[in-house]
Design a protein around this ligand. Sequence first.
Ligand code: ARG
Length: 587
Amino acid sequence: MQSIINQLSSEVGAVFVSLSLPKEFGFVTRSSRAGEAPFQCNGAMAAAKSVKKNPRDLAAQITNKLQSSPLIKSIEIAGPGFLNIIPADSLVKNQAAELAKDERTGANIVTDPKKIVIDFGGPNVAKPMHVGHLRSSVIGDALQRLLRFCGHEVISDIHLGDWGLQMGQLITQLQLEQPKLVYFDDDFDGLWPKQPPVDIDDLSRMYPLASAACKEDETRMQQARKATAELQGGRAGYRALLDHFIAVSIAALKIDFAALGVHFDLWKGEAAVNPLVAPMIEQFKQGGFTELSDGALIIRVAKETDKKELPPLILVSSAGAALYATTDLATIVDRKDNIAPDVILYVVDLGQSSHFEQVFRAAGKTGLFDENALEHIKFGTVNGTDGKRFRTRSGGVMRLSDLLQQANDAASKRLTDAGLAQEFDENERSEIARLIGLAAIKFADLRNQRTTNYVFDMQRFTAFEGKTGPYLLYACVRMKSMLRKAKSAGISVGEIDPVVKEEKALVLMLDGFDQALQSTCDRRSPHILCEHLFDLAQAFSKFYASCPVLAANGSAVQSSRLQLVETTLRQLQTGLGLLGIETPERM
Ligand code: ARG
């Protein structure tokens, strides 16, 4: 369906065209000033300038032609040539009917669907997840849901970090602890044991030990480097160990991500593309794209127009190892061969900007992939209330499960303080607290423009007032309760007839959903949808404060308002679902 804004834009655009001016001048937008008119068109000024006319004269000409439009109730000129537009009552009423009967409350499906790979999450095997991985997971998951909802074909991939030095560090640590394991026996020629030699607690204990030892002791570091090189060179025992480490980590990560409500289609990692590395490098060499530099094999990616110098991408280090950029390029080969996407999105922190710039340019230069179809979806850091990078209370790196527990506890306390959910049984209350905790964390992250940093403040995130997840959940729950009451009172939904100012404003807000979704997807920016949902909840509050629903005068008014509540709830819940936020039935 066409939003009111689009319908008005076509109508006004046609008038510009009739005056031999481009239709783009007719773009209608939501009014930025609080006034009677909800829409405005600012094109008359620019159009007048382009043909050297007086802007107010041109505006008057346009207004005259639009007086009889069935879509417009009134159009007035303000200031130097702004056009303030009030839509016709019938237009608003028709639109309300369309929105109410549309399952998607006005959200259109794109006309040019793309096949999109989205690479997010990216935790490293054995290393604990940090808050950057959490941001990537929350933003990436929202984007995969949004893009899918809008009609794109989306394939998500967690892209585990399972191929770097940390693997060699783990292997050497394990050898120190359990030297007799068959994986270290050069003469072993049987089948590798099915049972992993370590569990996730072992891995979490061993990695910090190994990493600290390597920092202090150069010999340990040498051993770890050697083990990494041997692993990458194909040493079978090490490869078998790596497979165990990966399997054990994935099992644990699946539990963490399920708790977060985040899903991945593919659980691939850097190690999976290792067989593609050698042939890829060979091709790059054949194509004349590589160079030897101080013993390393590199691809130069700097451009003359660069303001900041971009170092070459290192394909093979002087020690003979494939690096992070190498596996990222090989992963593009893999995706191209197996998925053939139109676009690949990488949801990774800002700090890796140069890395992705190098990889994208190298992919473009070698003809591997269109550089412009590779996008780094960057995000900023999360800071503690002390202004420094966010850490847990104990000062260490965050564990996802601890963080979720903390959110849960804070939410539970909020419920008690607000006197909510107190009469429900323990199970239901804790489920509600869980949903509020998740909504708090996710919304607090998504509501910010991606690239800005934000402060992690559980108190603020879990508040029921302000631009928070819990506020939006509470708004949904209020609407659900109203619908339940209406049902038991035998009141049913009916045709929406927006008469009162607040009713009309709510319909127009609902009508903005499609545009908000489109810009969210186009700009890969969930905060735009967050803003829309918050505005919608506020428009609902205003409506609710001045328009009684169940106690309205007359059954037609009751049914009309009830339908408006039902439609608002559907849109709010759909929108929250797209952000990965689930709503409880009551609280
Ligand atoms: N494992 C990486 C890290 O922890 C993130 C992976 C991002 N994705 C990618 N294709 N490089 O920094």
